[in-house]
Design a binder for this molecule. Structure first.
Ligand code: PMV
Length: 320
């Protein structure tokens, strides 16, 4: 009744923003992401009939704020009539700060909970369950370049390219380690209900997915860079035009974008993307990783820099 799993966060290059079915947490659009290698979440789940309630520790401290979401994720994997669980989680990066910690957390939790309950499930089933807890988590069940497609009442995932066949590097420029003010679920609903750009965003997403998929298949870095930056800025435009406006950026976020533009002018193969937080994820070809890292670290307002290659799918680890 005990199992441990590890999962890496993923960074969307073509973003998911908006839900078509709030109750089942189904995304309004497909998305394409890269799974990281060096940032991780470890989740250990121990189901125990003697426990009166679920208990969660995050990096050694009791956490009651995140517990309800984790409990309902375990319910959906194991069933509501289940033994309560001891959940022990470890992250090697800041939690809930726009670094996709929910993606790696729910991916790892789903894998660990299914195993702890003795419920072997296919990757597709696990991805669908993880996606109910956090839309982006479904993608961390897969490694490398991952596409999430919208199907009737469900999602379908596939790896477009394995990580070792195009080993891009991601430099994460951290500009603020605090938790974000508005969670992505709430922010997506505000955008859906109020942003004048929302419908256009949904209508044009398939074009962006086609362009990015083609770039990944052909390993065309310039094409991928252009469409990923465009899609990211379009998503943030949807947010900015919402009422109330949703602005995750700070002044250092903008300075990071200027640093990326400066590198690009010098011929460095790199591009940026930004999620529901102020951090800037800078993707580059491996030969430029050291230059990009140094330039981001020197950018005013950057408090920390993390570097990661591309990684593998969520998986069980031996906890004995
Ligand atoms: O899965 P959620 O609810 O944390 O939403 C993720 C939203 C973005 O990170 C902004 C985009 C994405 O596709 O990951």
């Amino acid at each position: 009744m005990r199992a441990m799993a590890i999962a890496q966060p993923n960074i969307a290059l073509i973003k998911y923003w908006g839900k078509r079915d709030f109750e089942h947490n189904l995304p309004a659009v497909g998305s394409i992401s890269i799974t990281l290698r060096d940032l991780f979440t470890e989740m250990e789940v121990e189901l125990d009939e003697r426990l009166a309630s679920d208990k969660l520790t995050v990096n050694g401290s009791i956490d009651e704020k995140m517990l309800p979401r984790l409990s309902s994720c375990i319910d959906s994997v194991v069933g509501v009539d289940r033994p309560r669980g001891k959940i022990v989680s470890k992250y090697n990066f800041p939690v809930a700060a726009g670094l996709a910690s929910s993606a790696s957390a729910f991916a790892a939790l789903t894998v660990a909970a299914a195993q702890a309950a003795g419920k072997p499930s296919s990757v597709a089933e696990l991805a669908s369950l993880a996606g109910r807890a956090s839309g982006s988590a479904a993608r961390s069940l897969f490694g490398g370049f991952v596409e999430l497609e919208n199907c009737d009442n469900s999602i379908a995932l596939s790896t477009l390219r394995e990580s070792d066949t195009w080993p891009l590097v991601v430099v994460v420029a951290i500009t603020d380690t605090g938790s974000k003010a508005v969670g992505s679920t709430e922010a997506m609903e505000i955008s859906r209900k109020t942003s004048p750009f929302y419908t256009n965003w949904i209508e044009r997403q398939n074009d962006d997915l086609d362009t990015a998929r083609d770039a990944i298949v052909r390993r065309d870095f310039e094409q991928l860079a252009a469409i990923a930056e465009h899609n990211c800025l379009k998503m943030h435009s949807v947010m900015w035009a919402s009422r109330p406006p949703i602005v995750y950026w700070n002044s250092a976020t903008m300075r990071c974008l200027q640093t990326v533009r400066r590198l690009q002018r010098k011929g460095v193969g790199t591009f940026f993307t930004i999620d529901a937080g102020p951090q800037v994820k800078v993707v580059c070809l491996p030969e430029y990783a050291a230059d990009v890292r140094a330039a981001m670290a020197e950018t005013e307002g950057v408090v920390d820099v993390m570097v990661s290659g591309l990684g593998e799918a969520a998986r069980l680890v031996d906890s004995s």
